[in-house]
Structures are given as C-alpha cells and as structure tokens.
Design a protein around this ligand. Structure first.
Ligand code: MRU
Length: 380
C-alpha cells in the first residue's frame, strides 16, 4: 500500500445496510453508524454525519436503494403470508396498505425521494444523484419491487465506485499544476471524507505526493464547523502528508509572508458562468489569493456543475443553526442575547478562479463559454 493509499471508507455497503463514518465526532473517535431507510440517511446528511458534496450524493443514492429494499421486503412479507403485524409489514405506512404492490411501492419511493431532496440545499450533487437514481427507477419501473431494488442498489454502488475513479482523474490533472515543494492552502474538507474516497482538493494533494512531489498543506481551521481542523488535518496526518493548521484569519498574513504558493479548494455547486459556491470563507481566501497573485484552483467533478443556475447569485445558500457559531457543544462563548448569523457557504465569482480542475482536465479562466464546452455530451 502506498503512503497515499486510502485508509478511510467514508461510506460502505456492509451486511445489507449503509454504514457511514460519523464525521461529527472525528477526530476524537472513529465510528460507523448504520442506515436502513431513506429517512435515516436524510437525517444523517442533515446532521452532518456525512458531509461534502460528492459524499452527500453517494449517501442519497444509497438512501433511495435502501428505501426500495425496505419496501420490497415489506411487500414480500405481505405475499409470503407473514403475519400482518410482523415488523416487515409494519414498515409500510398504514396509508398504503390494501393497495396493490406497485401503488404501495411507488408511493413509498416518492416519500423517500421527498425526504432526501429536503436534507440540504447547497450541494448540487445531492440533486444530481437523486435525479440519476430516478432515471434508473423509471427505466425498470415495470419490474418487480425486488428487481427494482437490486437495480437501484447496483446503481448506488456504481456511483460510489465512479466517484473514486473521477477523483483520481482530477487528482492527476491537478497534481500537474503543483510545483515540487509547493505549499498549498485549502479551506474546509474536500478529502476522502467528503467523497467516496481519495477526495477532490485533497485528492490533488494525494496524487501530487504519489507522483513524488514534496508538497505541504496549509489547512484553514474552517469556522464554525471546523472541517479543516478536525477532518482535513486528520486525513493528512493519517497519511504523513505534511500539514500545518491555521485559523481562518491567518491566511492573509501567510500569503503576505510568501508562505503560500497555491490554493486548491473543493466546491458544492458551480453555476453555468463559473461562479463557485463552497464553504463559508472561501470567497475571502480567493480575494486574498488575487491580491497576492497566488493561483486559486477549484477541484470540481462535472456532477458539481449546475447548468440550470446561470450565476452564483441563484445558488441556494444554507443557513445553519446559530448554535454552531455561539460556541462548541455545551460551551457558549458568545454573549447571551447577541444576534448571530450562520450562512454555511459563500460564492466566489468566476473572475477570481484561476482554473477548475475536473476529470476532463483543467479549465483555465472558467466562464460560460468554457463551461458549455466542458459539459458537451454530459447527460443533464
Ligand atoms: O458543510 P460541508 O462540510 O458539507 O461543506 C463541504 C464543503 O464546502 C466542501 O468544500 C465541498 O463540499 C467540496 S467536497 C469535495
């Protein structure tokens, strides 16, 4: 195993259930939580057990498959003469009982999609994955619930495997942009934990190290949820990739000192004109990078590009609980009674982006025309 080989399976299919690393408690503890239904997966996404745009998409795909499996098992129980009071039968919503199988199955699936679609608003990968799962479902809708469920599960496995392949391709393209010895700043966590594996921005770092480059990473702490301090720093330490943690407000100083050669971040949604939504604070970093003439790259799988959104202004920005800003867990450092805001993402205008690193290559100076060209032939 090379030093950059993945050591973490962020999501995995294990014993007929989805398991996800509980990212809320990392790095203090490493634990998997189990998921059996669309509703529980949606809650896992909402509460940030799983987070990061591609990982959210993969989780949602499994959520759809789990719902199909749950419904088909319950219907089978009904037909095999199981006691109607059995737990499998009771998993069916009482409103659906008495209807024929297809009606029960379809209604249950729609409920599953509804709860998943509402779990988080900004990362487009969630909606991309749900749309892909819906298309697959529509393609086999006349088959039995068991067959549909198996087809959906196979698709979820494929989305997971594809995500890792895409990250490795992006990694290779991105690694070529970094000089040997480069000191690279990143914001938030766009690593193995934010994807099915390897990562987008951190995938670029892993690929650079694999190619023999001696890079070092500067990780922004990423207030308020601390994805940088807790997750990026942990991932890099696990793999002996040199990493230095700074608080978010130190980035300008580090750039002014000449201690940063490039910035690479991930993204939750890129608009058709190249504007980039990513973790709150990314815009600040991009402005600073411009000021200091430092290249600012965004690692971006094509599934994160939303051609239905013309500019960044139309990207929905999640506002999370003020508790995240007030303090940490039970300890509150903010003055009681103070008004608090907690927008979780911001938008970096395309003009500040040096290049988008995608699985199809690097798009320098992304704009509407470049992005249209890049997306040619991609299924919408
Ligand atoms: O709120 P989070 O932790 O889901 O936000 C994650 C980010 O902003 C990541 O940078 C982005 O999803 C890209 S992950 C490859």
């Amino acid at each position: 195993m090379s030093s950059t080989e993945m050591k973490v399976e962020t999501l995995r299919w294990f014993n007929n259930r989805l398991e996800m690393v509980d990212q809320r408690i990392l790095p203090a503890a490493f634990e998997y939580l189990s998921y059996y239904t669309a509703a529980s997966v949606a809650e896992g996404i909402r509460s940030m057990v799983v987070r990061g745009a591609p990982a959210i998409g993969v989780a949602a795909a499994y959520g759809v498959a789990l719902e199909a499996l749950k419904l088909s098992n319950a219907l089978e129980g009904r037909h095999s003469g199981l006691d109607p009071e059995s737990s499998a039968f009771n998993k069916l919503d009482s409103r659906f009982r008495g209807n024929d199988d297809a009606v029960v199955f379809n209604a249950g699936m729609e409920e599953g999609f509804k709860v998943l679609v509402a779990s988080r608003p900004t990362a487009v990968n969630l909606f991309w994955a749900l749309q892909r799962m819906r298309k697959v479902w529509e393609g086999v809708a006349t088959q039995s619930p068991q067959e549909i469920a198996q087809r959906l599960l196979a698709e979820a496995h494929e989305i997971l495997a594809e995500d890792i392949r895409i990250n490795k391709a992006m990694g290779a393209h991105g690694a070529a942009l970094l000089k040997d010895g480069a000191r690279v700043l990143t914001h938030c966590n766009a690593g193995a934990l934010a994807t099915a594996g390897w990562g987008t921005a951190l995938g670029v770092f892993r690929s650079a190290v694999e190619a023999g480059k001696k890079i070092s990473v500067i990780a922004d702490e990423t207030r308020p949820f601390l994805q940088g301090a807790r997750l990026t720093a942990w991932e890099m330490v696990q793999e002996n990739i040199p990493v230095t943690l700074i608080t978010d407000n130190m980035a300008g100083y580090m750039m002014a000192q000449g201690e940063i050669d490039a910035v690479v971040v991930g993204t939750d949604r890129v608009a058709a004109n190249g504007d980039v939504a990513n973790k709150i604070g990314t815009y600040m970093v991009a402005v600073l990078a411009k000021r200091h003439n430092i290249p600012f790259y965004v690692a971006c799988p094509l599934s994160t590009i939303d051609l239905n959104i013309a500019t960044g202004k139309d990207i929905p920005i999640e506002e999370r609980s003020v508790e995240e800003v007030k303090g940490f867990r039970d300890y509150h450092w903010a003055a009681e009674g103070v008004k608090i805001r907690n927008p979780s993402f911001d938008v970096t205008p395309a003009e500040l982006v040096t290049g988008l690193i995608t699985e199809r290559g690097v798009v320098l100076q992304p704009d509407a025309q470049n992005i249209r060209k890049l997306m040619r032939g991609v299924q919408g």
